[in-house]
Design a protein around this ligand. Structure first.
Ligand SMILES: [Zn+2]
Length: 80
């Protein structure tokens, strides 16, 4: 049985430049608060500021260096 591991993502203090940013600015609520990715892996990633779940049950292979803009608090998060 896999044990779930929860990580807080690293926060950017300002909008990062020159990188891919995933965001949900055009997704209407409440769907905008759903995770960017939902899989069947054991890793859960939360916004480093407000704990909103951004990536749920992903596998390590699904994890990229991309930036995710939290749909709840607007913070820019990166997986370390
Ligand atoms: Zn947040």
């Amino acid at each position: 049985m896999n044990e779930q591991k929860t990580f807080k993502m690293k926060l950017y203090t300002s909008k990062p430049e020159g990188v891919t940013i995933f965001l949900k600015d055009n997704v209407p609520p409440p769907r905008n608060l759903e995770p960017f990715v939902t899989g069947e892996g054991m890793y859960v990633y939360q916004c480093g500021k407000c704990n909103q779940v951004l990536l749920r049950n992903v596998r390590q292979a699904q994890v990229t260096k991309a930036i995710y803009k939290c749909p709840k608090c607007g913070s820019y998060n990166q997986i370390e």
